[in-house]
Design a binder for this molecule. Sequence first.
Ligand code: S3P
Length: 426
Amino acid sequence: MQATVRHAARLRGSITPPGDKSISHRAAIFNAIADGEARIENYGPGADCLSTLRIMRALGAGIETDGTSVVVRGGLPTEPGDVLDAGNSGTTMRLVAGVLAGAPFMSVLTGDASLRSRPMGRIVEPLRLMGARVEARQDGTLAPLVFGGGALRGIRYRMPVASAQLKSCLLLAGLFADGETVLEQPALSRDHTELMFRAMGAEVVEDGLTVSVKPGRLTPVDVVVPADISSAAYWLVAAVCHPDAEVVVRGVGVNPSRTGVLDALQAMGADIRIENRRSEGGEPVADLTARSSKLEATEIGGDMIPRLVDEVPVLALAACFAKGTTHIKDAAELRLKESDRLRVTNRELTRLGAHIEETADGLRITGGAKLTGAACRSANDHRMAMTLGVAGLLASGKTTVSSAESASVSYPTFWDDLDALAGAGA
Ligand code: S3P
């Protein structure tokens, strides 16, 4: 499907994005291996989160859905009758691998062409150190992954990348291991696993950059999933870059390990109010109001990158509207996502007229160039499709976005919400 987006004269409206993808995956996987029943409300409706439900069902969990409500009857995983397919979802593959590594049966985990090209050596290597029998294509680096079943032992491990997926994989494996698992992180990444493990009775301890877990069973926990800040980011950027905009995004999860996008935009001078702060199921939530702003360039790098890793493409778009040159660095991980997001962001925003220079680990974006509608290609990557959709609202004339349906990987109603926001202002 190709989406057509026209320049919006005004942006007005109130949007509640879908349930957080990261928290939804964890609520489903952790409750599926817990001892009893739990209810998840506002479960992420995207294809990635549905891949997780399908796999946990294949591993023996009882899963009933009614809209975005999910009831999970958990227990120890049982041998699946077929290959498990994680689709496009890196989080599903890496977290489920942590469960399968310590399970007493054989299993195979695969995904779509994009996922089968993404690095799995980062989980295979430490899982093998824990004693897992795991094989993978290309010398243990690419899916499909084959698990032979067997006993695990806890390890002390220095993680080479600040990846929440890797951390969560090893914490899950640590639940099934003999002895403690201790992980040393190069920087903090999202901590939804640690928060939910604790709520489920696991012995997980965080001390600076070190996180450890002791083996044990999880007790089920009901979860109300907040709206996804990574989905909210598109509307925040649309509003602060547009000359006539006011947009409210409601019920957004504002866990500090995820709010790098707010920090970066506020450092650029964005007018974003954070209101009605509250807590839902141990996660902080707020309503965000974004208005037209005069933006200045900034520098984004270092420890901030894991806190805004999925928002780099849309932040690069924001930088096109800022005075000066914004430098995004230390972001080489972006090349290993659903697409090479540094390359695709550079290629597609340049097509619209942006002034961008791509570096090995980031982008330099000089703001102020006039963006003009064009035919853009999303590389089948949901975050690129949504970034280009927002770019279309801001650029003059008409923009088309190829494989626009990829937005439904995380945000199935994205194009409807975009139309509503632009239409309300027409
Ligand atoms: C995720 C972690 C991030 C992020 C992904 C979801 C998670 O990846 O890009 O969309 O839910 O753990 P890494 O932290 O592994 O880079």
